[in-house]
Design a protein around this ligand. Sequence first.
Ligand code: 3PG
Ligand code: MG
Length: 411
Amino acid sequence: MLEFNTLDDFDLRGKTVLLRVDINCPLHKDTLEIEDDNRIQQIMPTLKELLRKGAKVVILAHQGRPGDWDFIPLDRHAKVLSRLLGKEAKYVDDLLGRTALDAIRSIAPGDAIILKNVRELPYEQDKKSMEEHSKMELVTTLAPLFDIYVNDAFGASHRSQCSLVGFQAVLPSAAGRLMEKELKALGQVFSSQARPSVFILGGAKFGDSVKVIDRILGKKIADWVIIVGVTGNAFLKARGVKLGAPSEEFLVKEMTPEDLVAAKKLLLEKGEKIILPYDVAIEIEGRRRDILVGDLPQDYPVLDIGRESIEKFSRVIAAAGTVFMSGPAGMIEKEPFTLGTKDLMLAATHSKAFTVIGGGHTVSAAERYGLFHKFSYVSTGGGALETYLLGKPLPVVEALKAAKNRRCPSK
Ligand code: 3PG
Ligand code: MG
């Protein structure tokens, strides 16, 4: 039995449902148009099911952060939602005022509206407990108008913010279908029923990678960890490889001296399970050159893993039962350096393994290569996925669990 309620636990007919989603999307820098609507597509099963079952749905969401260029109202999101729904999801440019309250009270069963960017509220992003958040105006004003709160915002589930955890303290609450699916797929990767389990970790940020790798190997969640991208460079440096000035300079910004010590220690303790690139691709006068890591000239940037590494990693991936990939292997914006990311994805999708990818850049790369639908599961999580990888609780999931026993009067 699940530790939280789902849409199956409630009779939804005629109910007013507050649906919190994560449709925070990458936007075009000049036009501010939505560039990738994947997160909107992924909440459609929940939204369609609620409407089909006769609920009156009010969508609550955020885009960007106040002060950032991509902090915009949600009218563009409403247009995409309406297109995907095949009927209008009306945008209401208000949250707690008369306009919003009147709009909520007048929704018909089977209809949806979307309110203003919830991060317009100055306290929305405060990190507080569900009880503390439940006392804020957002919750005290809106909760009395709703029967059920549904949270389908997996991508923001690592945030303990007002609209994400406050309503679970006062309303019957359920996880949406996306939240369920995400947790199930990640549960499957982390219980690793199908062995060997291969984790490919890359990307441009070194971040918490030592902690993540130490955990997944220590807990035997992964049998092999393949490290690529800037993170791969960082571990190569920890192993004593001289990467050359451009890459070393970049790493100084990413890695503290303590990180380097921690990476060295991890390689000493668990190095036999960690696979690093044997060769890498550098850029010389605009062209790709694949060179063994021991022979690197010192004036050129390392921008991808090399062909020999791709071949060896692909053999490990082909024999896997579970593959998890987060973070590109090289520069996915620059043509000859997309090879590593693309070929490792091809190896994963050609294997018989249960394959999961996540992280914004990895997912966009999969889309660009036409491989998106070839993976067993594509996660909408970025920061949420990182939190999950570290084994830390997700506040939104914890709040849903705490609300498990709160039911609607009718059921
Ligand atoms: C995200 O895209 O990371 C989520 O929507 C959460 O947004 P945030 O990182 O701005 O809190
Ligand atoms: Mg984020």
